[in-house]
Design a protein around this ligand. Structure first.
Ligand code: ZN
Ligand code: CU
Length: 486
């Protein structure tokens, strides 16, 4: 009997996400799964898409996001990602997650927790409540969730976070993490770089992360220092992984600040050597500028800064800090003080490091996009097409197959996303069809929310989530994806 599918994509250049060479053929989908790959000439489907040699790849996995709230805001909030071919986002990064948290009157979501919190959003006392919300009102993309150390700290320490946690507080955090992992969260993230969390010594992190051991969870970290102390921070990260028996992911690996330019020549061999004996990976975004909250102690004359939002001066989002300072007749610090609370883009990396880090075998692509900024870093709208277009096609940094692997199969393997990130019968039908010749990030630092070009269609669990030239559909086919759980 001839095979009958819901959807067949015919005559595609299939890049299957494993890193293997492209093949030409058809892909059949029924329900939420890929059912057949190859020559499906004898099969028929309710809908047939003629790809004419365009590339069909597994939907991209954004290894590093702050989309905890954005996934709950409907398709328009996730258009930035679906227009890049993203079908799964890892939320809860840099120590910041929207759950679990019970606020007492003393605890407020102070910066950088406001990266995901906003009025009315501190409403998931358990991770299970967040998971339930994703079931009740599904997101348009799949969500894979980490639990943030900062979130746990604010609750356990009742907002008094400018110090080391007591043993009892660390135990309370560990218990909250253990519960969240049992309710479908996949791991633990820290942001030891940030003022409220940097007071946590390694021992506190290990005490909390101990919950990962039995749950088989993953440890993900915005390290304590990405500048002069980057090697020490890598050692700290590796130790936390070893002491808790957990795989580790270093977030947005970089060598920040001019005096550290070129030092990926030191960090990458250390990571590669340790990868032989413990599970270690990292994500990276394809830009030589970072973005986070505006912090006075980070400002210096040789690092240009652009404002992404400001509470007292929303009209200055997008402006250069030094220009604002000149207009106000003050210096950068003086201007920054008047802009706080605010967000910023820091031009603090070396392009050669970015390319070396991106090209290395241990890398995965993650946007670190900040979805609620008034004038966001262009990585929010451009990361994946930029890797495929600018870095793979135009600069030839690696093959298209390798580029796709770093945003699909490798990421799914590191995070333990079962049956995702690959095109094969039985895998989930998270797919993206794109034009390899045309794909391009259109967002830049002048026009940061310009949708990428070259994505033709994005499918999430077999449903069309985005159509190039038209936009997001009404589909909300995303699921909660839990590590190593089918
Ligand atoms: Zn971070
Ligand atoms: Cu981040």
């Amino acid at each position: 009997m001839a095979l009958r599918c819901d959807l067949i994509i015919r005559d595609a250049t299939i890049i299957d996400g494993t890193g293997g060479a492209r093949t030409r053929g058809d892909v059949g989908v029924t329900g939420d799964r890929i059912v057949a790959v190859g020559d499906l000439g004898g099969a028929s489907a309710d809908r047939e898409v003629l790809a004419n040699g365009k590339v069909l790849a597994p939907g991209f996995i954004d290894a590093h996001t702050h989309d905890d709230r954005a996934v709950l805001c409907g398709p328009e909030c996730m258009t930035c990602k679906m227009s890049q071919g993203v079908t799964t986002v890892v939320v809860g990064n840099c120590g910041i997650s929207l759950s679990p948290i019970r606020f007492s009157p003393k605890t407020r979501p102070l910066p950088p927790l406001d990266l995901v919190f906003a009025d009315g959003w501190a409403r998931f006392p358990e991770f299970g409540d967040y998971a339930e919300e994703l079931r009740r009102a599904p997101a348009p993309v799949n969500t894979y969730a980490l639990i943030g150390h900062m979130t746990l700290r604010v609750e356990a320490m009742e907002g008094d976070t400018q110090r080391e946690a007591t043993d009892a507080e660390a135990a309370a955090m560990q218990a909250r993490l253990r519960d969240a992992l049992a309710q479908g969260a996949s791991g633990f993230s820290t942001g030891l770089y940030y003022p409220p969390s940097k007071f946590a010594p390694t021992e506190e992190v290990i005490a909390v992360a101990e919950a990962l051991r039995n749950a088989g969870g993953i440890y993900v970290t915005h390290m304590r220092d990405e500048g002069v102390g980057v090697l020490d921070s890598i050692e700290e990260t590796l130790k936390i992984g070893r002491d808790t028996g957990s795989p580790v992911v270093i977030s947005h690996h970089k060598c920040a600040m001019p005096e550290n330019y070129g030092r990926s020549n030191e960090t990458l061999p250390v990571l590669a050597r340790n990868a032989l004996t413990q599970r270690v990976a990292y994500d990276v975004y394809p830009y030589a500028a970072g973005s986070t909250v505006l912090m006075l102690h980070v400002l210096r004359d040789d690092v240009k800064v652009r404002i992404t939002w400001s509470v007292p001066h929303p009209e200055l989002a997008g402006r250069w800090l030094h220009e604002i300072a000149a207009e106000w007749g003050t210096d950068n610090k003086g201007a920054a003080e008047r802009l706080l609370p605010a967000g910023a883009i820091y031009f603090q990396m070396d392009e050669a490091d970015v390319q070396r880090i991106l090209a290395h075998d241990l890398s995965m692509v993650g946007s670190d996009g900040i979805p609620h900024d008034a004038y966001p870093h262009p990585r929010l709208w451009g990361t994946f097409p930029r890797v495929l277009g600018h870095y793979a096609r135009d600069l030839g940094l690696f093959s298209l197959e390798t580029a796709v692997h770093k945003m699909t199969g490798r990421t799914a393997e590191v995070f333990g996303m079962v049956d995702r990130g690959v095109i094969r019968p039985g895998a989930y039908a998270d797919l993206v069809l794109f034009d390899a010749a045309a794909i391009r990030d259109a967002a830049d630092f002048e026009n940061p929310t310009q949708p990428a070009e070259g994505i033709l269609e994005t499918w999430v669990n077999g449903q069309t989530a985005f159509v190039g030239g038209q936009g997001a559909t009404e589909a909300r086919a995303g699921r909660l994806v839990t590590r190593n759980r089918a």
